[in-house]
Write a protein that binds this ligand. Structure first.
Ligand code: MRU
Length: 347
């Protein structure tokens, strides 16, 4: 991703530190955060300095590599097991996080040089995530016709992966190859990943777009203003049910009512074959404060946090919902467009 003319990945490792674009500050400030230990990286994951399926996988893989670097000679594997559990306890829904911790652990466990192997394995996860996203862009671009108005929810762009993104990757390619497209970006309350991150990314690429309130999409679909929907995925069950940011399910139901193609864009590393159906996907519940308060900047550019709800009310904050496979037109993966209508559909 290019920011101010310079190429960045969302998260990367250099020497023993993990570096990441601090996403909680976007779009107002662009800063790089350095995590020097696996616990600092885990905390950054939990507090969403880094977020989004693929970026979480890459960050978790690097956190594991840091744990291997930090582990004492005595009780080496005990330290690693504990670190793995701590990293995995940060975000329960994102499958890529578990994919990464398990891959680094397995690769290193079988190796002569566990530390070197863990670092190499984590870097491979990052590189594969970027390459998968690039390929998703190519397959997804074939579905986009000139003049399309595309709805997306949350942020499944560069920031949510190591590079390129998933839902936005085909959109970037369509625009770069000269197609005239327009994007509706759901604001995606409570953390506003659509209004803050997707809109920022689209603006950087000069792609025409507008932010809409989360409850506006059905109205636009009814009025023929949306030609196609592409969203990302946080975990895909073996039967093709998809967990994604809260609010995705209602977009999918509306899309079926109004006969609008509804696509998921995700690498196969997001598929959890151990999870037979969507009902079994753990749904992260986040702090109610994310609903009750909003953060932004005032006219002096200073960050402010303000209460936006009735002062004594409580809030409930499920972060994801599950869209049944029957509402999904196709899953755009790095291996092509897959339709979860038969056994082994993901191959
Ligand atoms: O809670 P987040 O921001 O980590 O949620 C992940 C998401 O951005 C979306 O659910 C996205 O569509 C999935 S893939 C990046």
């Amino acid at each position: 991703m290019k920011v101010n003319g310079k190429n960045y990945r969302t998260v990367w490792m250099n020497n023993n530190s993990v570096f990441m674009i601090e996403q909680n500050l976007l779009p107002f400030q662009f800063e790089i955060f350095e995590a020097k230990t696996y616990l600092q990286t885990a905390k950054a994951i939990k507090e969403m300095l880094v977020r989004g399926a693929g970026a979480l996988g890459t960050a978790a893989g690097f956190a594991m590599a840091q744990a291997f670097l930090q582990a004492p000679k005595t009780k080496f594997w005990k330290f690693i097991q504990k670190a793995k559990k701590e990293i995995e306890a940060t975000r329960p829904t994102a499958q890529n996080l578990f994919y990464a911790t398990n891959k680094v652990f397995q690769d290193a466990k079988e190796a002569q040089d566990p530390v070197g192997t863990a670092i190499k394995s984590a870097q491979e996860i990052a590189d594969k995530d970027a390459e998968d996203s690039r390929r998703i862009g190519e397959f997804g671009n074939d579905l986009i016709k000139n003049g399309y108005r595309i709805l997306t929810h949350c942020n499944a762009g560069w920031l949510a992966f190591t590079d390129f993104g998933t839902a936005l990757s085909p959109i970037y390619l369509a625009h770069r190859t000269g197609k005239k497209i327009f994007v509706w970006a759901d604001e995606t309350r409570p953390r506003s990943q659509g209004a803050r991150l997707t809109a920022w990314e689209l603006g950087n690429e000069n792609i025409p777009h507008k932010i809409i309130p989360d409850n506006a999409a059905a109205h636009l679909m009814q009025n023929g203003e949306i030609d196609m929907i592409i969203v990302g995925a946080d975990r895909i069950a073996a039967n093709g049910d998809v967990a994604n940011k809260i609010g995705t399910l209602e977009k999918a139901i509306c899309a079926q009512v109004f006969d609008i193609p509804f696509y998921i864009a995700a690498p196969t590393s997001t598929i959890d074959l151990a999870c037979s159906r969507g009902k079994n996907i753990p749904i992260e519940e986040r702090d109610p404060e994310e609903i009750l308060f909003q953060t932004g900047i005032d006219e002096l550019g200073k960050e402010q946090k303000i209460l936006v709800c009735s002062p004594n009310s409580e809030a409930y904050n499920p972060a994801f919902d599950v869209t049944p496979a029957k509402f999904i037109s196709g899953i755009i993966t790095e291996k092509g467009i897959k339709i979860p209508d038969k056994e082994n559909w993901y191959e």
